[in-house]
Design a protein around this ligand. Sequence first.
Ligand code: UDX
Ligand code: UDX
Length: 474
Amino acid sequence: MDIFIPPKNISRICCIGAGYVGGPTMAVIADNCPEITVTVVDINKDRIESWNSENLKQLPVYEPGLENIIEKTRGKNLFFSTNVHEEIGLADIIFLCVNTPTKINGFGAGKASDLRWIEICAKEISTHAKGSTIIVEKSTVPVKTAEILKDILNTRLDEKSFTVLSNPEFLAEGSAINDLQNPDRVLIGGEDEASIEILSNIYTKWVDKPKIIKTNVWSSELSKLSANAFLAQRISSINSISAICEKTGANIQEVSKSIGSDNRVGHKFLKSGPGFGGSCFQKDLLSLIYLCEFYNLPEVSKYWEGVIQINNWQKKRISRLILEKLFGTLNGKKIAILGFAFKANTNDTRESPSICVCKDLIEEGAELYIHDPKVKATQIDKELTDEQYKKNESKRWHFCENIDLALQDCSAALIMTEWEEYTKIDWSEKEGLMLKPSWLFDARLVANINNLKKTNINYWRLGNKIIANKGTNY
Ligand code: UDX
Ligand code: UDX
């Protein structure tokens, strides 16, 4: 099966995985390529039902601009279905957008990516595909995954042929639609030039040609892991400096602005915060570390491990600081948590720094009142109720529909996500709801500082000196 003759006409695309990546990516492709029928399939029936829901507020993924595109394309050339086998059989191109989490058990546990879903999909494709099919790896995968895919796909000797391309996603949640519509670059890695051209022609419907980078398959896979590692590294770098700012009286925003003003460095990704979250950074760093270990490059793996260590330390130092400022005990104290999503403008909570900080605070005896404009209570429950926390006899966190309910009688409020509505909070108005002395811990630097100065609330802003208001000696 060495010679691959690509399909002549691309009229049908199938995407396996209707998650944060598959859903928005296919919506944008369908919107820009009305002549192609795009079907997103998933084994999760509930998820597909939500994508098909009449009420666009029920879509399983919240992304600014997504509802609009779904409204325009769904039922015309964009479909969501659980008929995985049938859609595989009809497709000229199949995108793999399934999850590739970090392995929990066995060799490489805690670092290597779990490729079981990729393997299952490859087997399904090899059984149900017909004729020539282009397989596109969209999920972030370890380097050399395309090889595994090819091996599985090419085990069948009947009239089928496949080629595997790597086309990693670079969308960031919360700005996914804009990132997809105006990408900095589209990366396509592969061996079969004709297939690369076919995929490239789909993107050129809305992306300028020079932005399409064509590489070999390994460069493409490694570029994705490295790109995320570099971005994560910038966050750990600035977060490490935030701690020095707090000790010395420097201001992290001023330092960040000064560093970013150097054109060689640039301003993006220099916002200090509670640590990076999201489904990709930690997983991809771990995958890179595993790769280094596999190829016996211990110095390189230690270098990248440092990025994760700083990230974990940043989360821990926030909960430790809260404990210290609330007189060393949180027992029975009510703390308002403002924001549970890993960043603003998404309902995604995967690896959110809020999870780790909330668990630490619960462990210290605090009662948490959590508000988030987009994350549902059931999702927070899933994240906070793992094996270790089941042992808590009574649930020590509560979901609040509005900010006031969270702040009522709290000893401290903690801003964990940079939602716009938190920037608008009038603290002089809210002060009366909180107990005295009260604290605001702002891990995202979004609270209105001039407004806070008018109150008696003590406040800590990440990477700044602590302000103990009105004579309280901290
Ligand atoms: C995932 C990874 O997290 C990311 O690293 C990768 O780049 C792309 O895939 P995401 O879309 O955010 O991103 O994952 P998720 O929201 O979990 O969606 C994956 C979907 O695949 C789930 O809905 C799951 O049900 C589905 N799936 C998984 C299948 O349909 N079939 C399978 O065999 C396995
Ligand atoms: C990331 C990559 O940006 C994207 O290219 C890739 O395809 C998937 O992974 P995502 O995880 O959705 O996207 O969001 P991103 O905006 O990168 O933020 C990740 C985390 O870093 C968030 O927790 C965010 O709050 C944090 N962050 C980001 C900072 O703390 N400071 C910053 O300056 C930027």
